[in-house]
Design a protein around this ligand. Structure first.
Ligand code: S3P
Length: 162
């Protein structure tokens, strides 16, 4: 399954870079948060408020199994910040394609995430450290995105894929 998969903390630019890349390469784009919102007819904050985080993780797991079952190929996939970290079958994640971790500094992420009402989870240093471990363990490539534009990050991904 030859997909480009973007992982990283909330606010790291996965959706913007993913959308840009998909247009640049003329490939279909899948944003896991968007699919979950469409399928459930609820926003992410609503899902967290009404059903709780555990239920949201269940939906992420179901979506992951669907992607594997459908053998989705040649997609650009932007994942929610926790998506790869709560999978029951995380060992299958890499089989989806090339995994890029869009890494940003804590300072930058805090700035981007604060005051964002679309994100039910807030920046916490423990969460950041746990996630950093998770992303590093599954990424084929780590891209230090600080001071890079969306276009720059996309070009760097293409360069590293060659
Ligand atoms: C989450 C990140 C969010 C979204 C949900 C949970 C997380 O996605 O999936 O709020 O656990 O880090 P973004 O990374 O696109 O903000």
């Amino acid at each position: 399954m030859n997909n480009i998969i973007l992982v990283g903390f909330m606010g790291s630019g996965k959706s913007s870079v993913g959308r840009f890349l998909s247009q640049r390469l003329n490939l279909p784009f899948l944003d896991t948060d968007q699919v979950i919102e469409q399928d459930s007819n609820l926003t992410i904050p609503e899902l967290f408020n009404i059903y709780g985080e555990k239920y949201f993780r269940l939906l992420e797991n179901q979506l992951f199994e669907d992607i594997i079952e459908q053998k989705l190929s040649n997609y650009v996939i932007a994942t929610g910040g926790g998506f790869p970290c709560y999978l029951k079958r995380r060992e299958k994640f890499k089989s989806l394609g090339d995994v890029f971790y869009l890494r940003n500094s804590k300072k930058e992420l805090i700035n981007r995430v604060k005051n964002d009402s679309n994100r039910p989870l807030k920046f916490k240093i423990n969460l950041f450290n746990q996630r950093e471990f998770c992303y590093n363990s599954i990424a084929d490539q780590v891209i230090n995105c600080e001071f890079m534009t969306v276009e720059d990050v996309a070009e760097e991904i293409l360069f590293r894929r060659e």
